[in-house]
Design a protein around this ligand. Structure first.
Ligand SMILES: O=C([O-])CC(=O)C(=O)O
Ligand SMILES: [Mg+2]
Length: 223
């Protein structure tokens, strides 16, 4: 079941999923995140990590290590770094571990570092910024595999995520089937429109009132 949903999600893009969530009046787009590393669309299930400020005592292990060790293909590491752009919450050795385990990519609502290394490793990272400053002694992991908030979006472990050049969208696992179905309907309609454009139809005809109505029109299309 979930495998199928992931495969179907992989055939979509962030815009179609955002439109589907719009249709349901739900928020899922993590505003302010961009690909800073290897440019590739990723889909998968969230493995969550919550970071926070260090309290002066030394950490037993570096942040995100358990999440990386426990994850593999089909998983995306999603890190709540609380919008910090002045300290990196992810780095190159972690990227090496992620690639070794086949992890799809990383999403962090703050800064990361060792970006050149991650690019060489071809690991997609969606972040708010890049900065050389280490987390060591400054930032610690508070917990992992629990609900977190990323750019104002509530994310639970196992929620679905799609990230591409347009941005990052989270889909609650409880409604993933419905959202993906709606997004597929939207993609189908947009393909027809693109074909009409290729056939020489005027833009004002192709993107007329029926385009503006797409977001209220696809819910019933479950063929
Ligand atoms: O020290 C850090 O912030 C982590 C780091 O560079 C790495 O994983 O390579
Ligand atoms: Mg490093």
């Amino acid at each position: 079941m979930s495998e199928t949903l992931i495969n179907r999600l992989a055939d979509l893009d962030s815009c179609a999923v955002s439109d589907a969530l719009d249709q349901l009046h739900l928020k899922g787009v993590a505003i302010g995140l961009q690909n800073v590393s290897h440019s590739k669309r990723i889909v998968g299930k969230a493995v969550t990590v919550q970071l926070g400020l260090a309290d002066g005592t030394l950490s037993k292990r570096h942040l995100c290590t358990e999440a990386v060790d426990a994850s593999g293909a089909g998983d995306v590491i999603v890190i709540a770094h609380e919008n910090r752009k002045n300290i990196a919450g992810w780095g190159g050795i972690l990227s090496q571990g992620a690639v070794m385990n086949g992890i799809e990519g990383v999403i962090i609502d703050g800064a990361c570092r060792d970006v050149d290394e991650s690019r060489e490793l071809k690991l997609p990272i969606y972040a708010k910024a890049a900065i050389p400053i280490t987390a060591r002694g400054r930032i610690v992991q508070k917990y992992w595999n629990e609900p977190i908030t990323v750019c104002g979006i509530h994310v639970e472990p196992g929620d679905y995520v799609i990230a591409d050049a347009s941005g990052v969208v989270f889909i609650p696992k409880s409604i993933a089937d419905r959202v993906i179905q709606l997004a597929e309907n939207i993609v189908r309609k947009e393909k027809i429109m693109a074909e009409l454009v290729q056939q020489g139809y005027k833009m004002v005809e192709v993107m007329g009132a029926s385009y503006e109505e797409i977001l209220v029109n696809t819910e019933g299309d479950n063929d």
